[in-house]
Each structure stands twice: as structure tokens, then as C-alpha cells.
Design a protein around this ligand. Sequence first.
Ligand SMILES: NC(=O)C1=CN([C@@H]2O[C@H](COP(=O)(O)OP(=O)(O)OC[C@H]3O[C@@H](n4cnc5c(N)ncnc54)[C@H](O)[C@@H]3O)[C@@H](O)[C@H]2O)C=CC1
Ligand SMILES: O=C(CO)COP(=O)(O)O
Length: 336
Amino acid sequence: MTKIAVLGAGSWGTALANTAAENGHDVRLWTHNTDQAEEINTQHTNTKYLPQAKLIDKLMATSNMALAVSDVEIVLSVVPTKAVREVAKQLGEVLKKQSHTVILAHATKGLEQGTYKRISEMLAEEVPALYRSALVVVSGPSHAEDVIKHDLTAVSIASSDESAARLLQKVLSNNTFRAYTNDDLLGSELFAALKNIVAIGSGALIGLGYGANAQAALLTRSLVEMRALGLAMGAKEKTLYELAGIGDLIVTGMSPNSRNYRAGLGLGQGKTLEQVESDMGMVIEGVNTTKAVYDFAQDYKVDMPITVAIYQVLYENKPIREAISDLMGRPLKSED
Ligand SMILES: NC(=O)C1=CN([C@@H]2O[C@H](COP(=O)(O)OP(=O)(O)OC[C@H]3O[C@@H](n4cnc5c(N)ncnc54)[C@H](O)[C@@H]3O)[C@@H](O)[C@H]2O)C=CC1
Ligand SMILES: O=C(CO)COP(=O)(O)O
């Protein structure tokens, strides 16, 4: 039995914590919301984030971070990108007082605004190296709503520390949830963030009434720009064709369970970004990631026409049909 703290009781943190608890591990789910901790401990539900789900009774939630991480081997952070630094700072303070070392994992899919840092870079800056033995990312095609129902799921667990990735793999895997290890932390984090941009575009196509041809074209052509940026930043090309790359691109670009896809769907149906964001009540990572990638792709001199088109729709009020027409009207070229 492994002791593990999961930080963040949104839909994904709750589903991962529940999976590890079902696998027989000692799981402490930390939330900054005391009412939510109370609901999880007494009702075994998390109605705001996973409305239909019944959680395993022994899943323990707490709003006390020191209690959550006391003597755990693994801390798995699953908060939205914008909360990563704040939560990691608190974690750093707690670990300093407890003076013990943890495997520091995360399952967040985004990039920091302004700095364009990956999540593990933020974690490494906020949690002193003395208190962490490894940095790990849990990624791949995995909607919380499906995982909590025990729908078949495969994920990717990446780290430069193979034994740390293997421990996470063992803690999370069971006969409906299969984790693979991977050694490309950078590529896994980067592709996880990039696919959210594409999912907004894919939802928008369906919202406008286009079909599977259009979606297949978008997802496939997006691979070209994900590959170009990935290679420029040091990702391994093979990661793009694995679970953290194309796997996640497929599920987020096609599933109505995706918040990014649903945001795009709403935009395609004529809603404003503000409406879409307030209706969702959950994080839509791709909106901020689009801005981050739009800004730094120029520094890397990588041509990302799909990302630029989605940026123009989200941030410059360009009508979606006009953005599509401009993309379709680009000079004809070869595929690569
Ligand atoms: N929902 C899913 O199926 C999946 C989500 N992810 C990623 O996991 C991350 C979290 O996503 P979700 O669980 O969907 O988010 P969510 O919107 O369902 O929940 C976010 C949680 O973070 C908490 N939170 C927000 N700000 C906070 C702060 N400053 N301090 C402490 N807690 C704070 C909220 O109270 C909430 O419990 C995102 O990066 C997302 O891309 C990855 C794979 C699957
Ligand atoms: O990353 C995800 C599935 O693998 C979740 O995507 P959404 O945040 O769009 O729901």
C-alpha cells in the first residue's frame, strides 16, 4: 500500500484519487474548500465536479494540506494551471516543516501565462529540490467522467526517473485503467497543453454544422504544428504518436466530455467566450494556452496557422467562418 496525497478535488483530481483508493492505497484528497471535503467524507460524492458519481467510502478528503501530505510517498497535484504556483508554494512550505521527500507528480494540462513555463518547471521552482525525489506527469486520453465510471482508459506516466514513473503506474493501474510509462516529460507536458487548443477548434467545427471530414482534417493538420513546436522545444517526436500526443488529441478533439471541445461547440453555435466560460463552471485550459502558444511560437519561429486562427477567434473577435475561410484559402502546398 502506497500513501499518496492528491491536491485539487476538481473532476480529475477526484477521479484519480478515487482510482488509487479503489486500488487499495492510502489516499488523502486535499481541497481548499472545507465544504467540499466534508461532502466527500460524509456523502462520498463531489456533486459540483462529478455530479453522477459515487466515490469509494474510504477516500479521505481534507482541507489541511499538512495532514494530507504527512508521511506520503507521492504528491499528485491536479489543480488548474493558474493555481499551480500558489498550491505548490503552500506544498513547499508544508514539506519544509515536515522535512520529508516526495515524488512530485502532476496531471495538469497547460502552460503558465507570460513565462510559458511547463507545469513541472513551475513545481520545480516552488518546491525546493531537497523535498522532491522526482518530477512526474500523468497524461494521456482520460476524461474524469469516463474514468469514474470505469470506462476503459489508458494513460501515460512520464518522468526522467523510471522508478518514480513505475510507482505511479502501479498505484493507478487496474483492470480498467492501464498506465504506461514514458521518459519524455517535456513532450508529454507540451502536447497535453497543445491538444486543448485544437479541441476548441474541433468543437467549433461541429457547432457550425461541419462533419467528420472537417474534424479529421483539423486534427491531422494540427499534428503538423504540434510536431514543429515540439521538436523546436526539445520534445521527442515519438511522444506525439503515443498516448500523451495523438491519443489525447483524439479524445479531447472528439469527446463531448471535453471542456475544451464543449467550449468550442458553444462558440460555433454563436455563444460568446464569456458565456461559454460562465456556463462551464470548470476550467477550460485551452483558452489561456492558446494565448501562451500564440505568443511564444513566434519566438521559436514556428508556423502555427491553426493556433493563430483560434487565437484570432478567441482574442480578436474574428468570426469563426472567416477564420476557417482564411485557413482554407492559404496557398496550396504539400503536407509536410
Ligand atoms: N477533467 C478531466 O477529465 C481532466 C482534466 N485534466 C487537467 O487537470 C487539471 C484540473 O482539471 P479539472 O479537474 O477538470 O478542473 P476542475 O475545474 O474540475 O476543478 C479544479 C479544482 O481546482 C480547485 N482550485 C482552483 N483554484 C485553486 C486554488 N487557487 N487553490 C486550490 N485549489 C484550486 C477548484 O476548487 C477545483 O476543485 C486541468 O489542468 C485539466 O486540463 C487532465 C485530464 C483529464
Ligand atoms: O485532457 C483531458 C482528457 O484527456 C481533459 O480535457 P478537457 O479539459 O477538455 O476536458
